[in-house]
Write a new protein. Structure first.
Ligand code: PMT
Length: 410
């Protein structure tokens, strides 16, 4: 699998159904990303899908025959729908037309894809794509509700420009969202199943006036990767996010905040409903003592700002934990350091009474803020583990594995 690809997809058997809509071409990208991540992909196209594109791109990318006709005897499989349905770890239909959704809701099995779906006990992920009025039609809505009740995961559709040229809800979800849904269902029985994980991400913004603020270079990548890795391990994830340019991960409850004070409120307010807290956000230690109500005007001479301390969220969490006011099982902090990395991190581990701290040397150009990689050492009260330079997605998976192991042993 490609470096940084989600571990949960490696070796997974994905049956990808492609139905006849204009968005069918986007399934090529999905197929490609799945293969890059190390999944085995068997594509089934409906006959209608073949009017929009040929099987060739799917066959080329998956390196497997594409199945279309229910009655065509494939080389090694004489009951293609049974064979494929039993092999699947997940059945994904992207795009799923209103017609196919209706058939699935009512148990019709009139082509290879719907027959496979009926015979399949693996989880079903549907990415609907259609005209906005077809999506909004009560028949489609009832069919989707039926399928959801039966356990299907629905991703999208999204709002935007439709093939008709009109704006509305009906666009196929972005490939990353569909991948997120696949990852979530594959990981549903993972080592954090049933655990409520709260992750913080991004750099807080402390306003000076209506147009200016003090912040830091955190992009949120580390925190978002942790939210996704926790979700992939079966956890119920809340992501408290300072402003970032990243799309909300699929299947994660996202709470948008701006300032350290808003982040503190969101985190402390959720403590009773949290088993594991992972504080990867870069929270401001100081904020302007005053926020000017109007834009500060340029004046001759210097401008002196008075900064005041923000609340240390982890310290407040530690106090509540000690007072028995939080049901938390585990708290993980981060230490962004430019010198004496390990000594400073160990000091924070002890002072903030954490179960683990992830020390990252943010002076290294390939590590820390903004970049896609991070080099970290994991410290606990009983030891430390130096990790190589990893993609943030990989580091997130290692952290989640260690968290699961600590919970298992707790
Ligand atoms: O977002 P990216 O671009 O991917 O970058 C990732 C990262 C470098 C921001 C991340 O890996 C990281 O190191 N996050 C912590 C940064 C930081 O604020 O470190 P700190 O040493 O100042 O704080 C130590 C811990 O206390 C952190 O867990 C922090 O969330 C927490 N803290 C800090 C200040 C505060 N007022 N309250 C807190 O709880």
């Amino acid at each position: 699998a490609q470096r940084g690809a989600a571990m949960i997809l490696q070796g997974a058997n994905v049956v990808l159904g492609v139905t006849g809509g204009i968005a069918a071409y986007k399934a090529i990208d999905l197929c490609s990303k799945l293969v890059q991540a190390g999944a085995g992909v068997d594509v089934i196209m409906t006959e209608a899908a073949t009017h929009f594109l040929t099987p060739l791109p799917f066959q080329t990318l998956s390196k497997r025959p594409v199945s279309i006709d229910q009655f065509q005897l494939l080389r090694d499989m004489d009951m293609a729908h049974i064979e494929l349905s039993k092999k699947a770890d997940v059945l994904v239909i992207a795009p799923a037309t209103a017609n196919t959704i209706a058939k699935l809701a009512h148990g019709l099995a009139d082509n290879l894809l719907t027959s496979t779906a009926l015979a399949c006990t693996a989880p079903l992920v549907l990415a609907p794509a259609m005209d906005a009025d077809m999506w909004a039609h009560p028949a489609t809505q009832e069919n989707v509700a039926h399928l959801t009740e039966r356990g299907a995961t629905i991703v999208g559709p999204e709002e935007g420009r439709l093939a008709s040229g009109r704006m509305g809800r009906g666009r196929l979800a972005e490939t990353n969202a569909v991948l997120g849904a696949i990852r979530q269902v594959l990981g549903r029985n993972g080592p954090l199943a049933g655990q409520r994980v709260l992750v913080t991400a991004g750099g807080t913004e402390e306003p000076l006036d209506p147009v200016r603020y003090i912040s830091n270079r955190s992009s949120g990548k580390m925190g978002y990767a942790l939210a996704e890795a926790s979700r992939d391990a079966g956890a119920l994830v809340t992501l408290v996010s300072a402003p970032t340019s990243l799309p909300a991960p699929f299947g994660v409850d996202i709470v948008h905040v701006r300032t350290a004070s808003e982040m503190a409120q969101a985190v402390l307010g959720a403590l009773q409903r949290t088993d594991v807290l992972i504080m990867s956000a870069a929270v401001a230690d100081y904020r302007p003592a005053e926020t000017a109500p109007q834009k500060i005007k340029k004046m001759p001479g210097d401008l002196t700002l008075t900064l005041t301390r923000t609340m240390d969220i982890l310290a407040a969490v530690a106090e509540r934990r000690q007072a028995g006011q939080a049901g938390l099982r585990l708290v993980v902090g981060f230490a962004a350091e430019t010198q004496n990395v390990l000594a400073n991190a160990r000091d924070k581990l002890e002072r903030k009474r954490l179960d683990m701290i992830v020390a990252n040397d943010v002076s290294a150009s390939a590590s820390g803020f903004e970049v896609d990689t991070n080099q970290a050492t994991l410290l606990t009260m009983s030891g430390q583990e130096a990790l190589p330079l990893l993609a943030k997605t990989e580091l997130a998976e290692v952290i989640v594995q260690r968290v699961a192991a600590m919970l298992g042993g707790a």
